[in-house]
Ligand binder design. Structure first.
Ligand SMILES: O=C(O)CCC(=O)C(=O)O
Length: 256
């Protein structure tokens, strides 16, 4: 991943977040989290502001470059679970489900410890690749319940495993609780690339993670249904919003 693609994407994100509030409001997140196309849930067109062509191009280039990176990670993750290298590719073919989120956390003026930039949660993706700059704020939850601030290592992404990986691996790989509290006094930007299978993929615990002693904890499920369930549980703007569920396994303040 060339550093210029990342730098241009951060510049594009700053450009977007600096546009007037009315313009951003006109692109309000919708029922599909991106928009509907031909009535098919989770297949949608992005919403773009008029003008800002360079911004749009930088974001699209970033998206496409990250998608190739995601595809290259699939064999590594399959082998890590003892499966043939090509195993996961079939589930990501003909459009993986990808959300790219350009995040802006203004400095928090409050010292209220419950006032998060993003509350503790796990992602619903297969994996999430996070680009960060040198402004702290992210904390990840460790299995012992402590929170740590992962250092920003130049030239790297932070990779969080998501709930789909947890499900597919029958809990051998857990999804990472994380949250953001920007008390740095500066604006913080990050870019989260949520990489998940095709919405029609049937997710079933992989055979290497299931045995007589360790039976499957999850039934076979179509990824689209899992996403819609997650959106309805977690996003207020969904018409079927059912009320927040605990997604992080812990609701404690992330403490770097
Ligand atoms: O901004 C960050 O560092 C984390 C982003 C994040 O947790 C998310 O979007 O799920």
């Amino acid at each position: 991943m060339p550093q210029t693609v990342i730098d241009d994407a951060f510049a594009a994100s700053r450009e977007f977040h600096a546009t007037p509030l009315e313009l951003k409001r006109s692109l309000k997140i919708n029922e599909n989290n991106i928009g509907y196309l031909a009535g098919t849930p989770l297949r949608g067109r992005n919403q773009w502001p008029d003008g800002h062509e360079r911004m749009r191009a930088a974001m699209v280039t970033y998206f496409k470059t990250m998608e190739r990176l995601g595809e290259r990670l699939l064999p590594v993750l399959a082998r890590a679970l003892g499966m043939p290298a090509e195993y996961f590719a079939q589930f990501f073919r003909n459009e993986a489900h990808i959300n790219l989120r350009f995040l802006h956390y203004p400095p928090q003026e409050t010292h209220d410890e419950e006032q998060f930039g993003q509350g503790p949660h796990t992602d619903n993706s297969f994996i999430t690749m996070l680009a960060r700059e040198d402004v702290p704020g992210l904390a990840v939850g460790l299995p012992n319940g402590e929170w740590m601030a992962p250092p920003v290592i130049p030239g790297t992404f932070l990779v969080n495993l998501g709930n789909i990986m947890k499900r597919w691996s029958n809990d051998r790989f857990l999804s990472t609780p994380h949250g953001v509290l920007n008390d740095s006094g500066k604006d913080r930007y990050s870019i989260a690339f949520f990489y998940s299978p095709n919405v029609d993929a049937a997710i079933e615990c992989v055979p290497t993670c299931v045995s007589a002693d360790d039976p499957a904890r999850y039934p076979r499920a179509v990824y689209r249904d899992l996403v819609l369930e997650f959106y309805n549980a977690n996003y207020f703007h969904r018409k079927d919003f059912a009320g927040a569920t605990e997604t992080a396994g812990s609701a404690t303040r992330p403490r770097p």
